[in-house]
Ligand binder design. Sequence first.
Ligand SMILES: *Cc1c(COP(=O)(O)O)cnc(C)c1O
Length: 367
Amino acid sequence: MPKAQETILEIDLKALSHNFNHLKSKLNANTKFLAVVKAYGYGSDACEIALHLQELGVDYFAVAYVKEGVALRDAGITLPILVLHPQPVNFKTLIERCLEPSLYNAKVLRAFIDAAKDEKQKDYPVHIKFNTGLNRIGFGENDIDNIHTSLINVKSVRIKSIFSHMAASEDLNEKDFTLSQIASFKTICDKISKLFGYLPMQHMCNTSGILNYPEAHFDMVRSGIGLYGFGNSEKESQDLKPIATLKSVISQIHLIKKGETVGYNRAYKSDTFQKTATIPIGHADGIGRQYGNGKGFVTINGKRAPIVGNVCMDMIMVNITDIECQEGDEVIIFGQHPTAEVFSKSANTISYEIITAMSQRIKRVIL
Ligand SMILES: *Cc1c(COP(=O)(O)O)cnc(C)c1O
């Protein structure tokens, strides 16, 4: 592929197919696959990712907010789209665009029933979210009777699925806790099926759940990070391929004399002769200030160049004293090697954070 001439995020759809097929191979033939494409497809390009996955035969999509679902519909996604965390203010739009809400407390359930009636809907598919230990959003087991009472004479909505979310599916030290979450979820499913007289689809696993808890795949699994090429451990990651490569170029090279400083606040003071390269990417692009001052690094001609001084809004300066390179040379920030996981560790964070931080200013190039 041609060398980068500006900052770009390359998205490799072949790697996406690989990850999808790998995760799919962990499922029974009749288990459905929901692809999580929230947050711009984990910072890549939600629409391109979703269109590709739609062709590969994924069953469902999920986004966090209504606006993200609308963008998928505008791009031609026709599969069902679950909105994980909708707000009542957007329910009319949600219904108009055939998005399916997660309903997670009495207030949103009530608001959605009203919205579905107002829009003259019949059996509108909704998904009831249960909290089994993450304590983030969701009804409790004790709310089941009230959910039933609220829905018993309601023709406008129908429960399509019930689901929950694991708090520590990647952490095998927390296996007992996860097993207790799975057990609570099963109890909830039983109660729902008895009260309602039908059993909606059930789902619980995220990527690490798929890999670590095959007994909890139920009717569908929800994968995000795995599709983008990361697991939550080295073992999980080894069969996956990062789909996104962040590249840039050297804009300018500076020779820094002993005693000179580099960047804002003069944060870097040189005590010997140094050579620096200025790269057109900064904290406005997603490279946070915590990567500055020697923590984060880029790769130039196969060698590591640490970030020198503070990260600026649109630029970083890196130390290239020992690297053979020129203005215009390509710079790799993360991709196959080093991965976003390795890069993010340099600032004590996780792959999820760095990949979703890529700002919309960075040009996406689809391979
Ligand atoms: C984001 C999210 C997922 C995807 O999790 P990964 O760890 O990225 O696979 C699944 N379910 C819910 C409810 C989520 O919010």
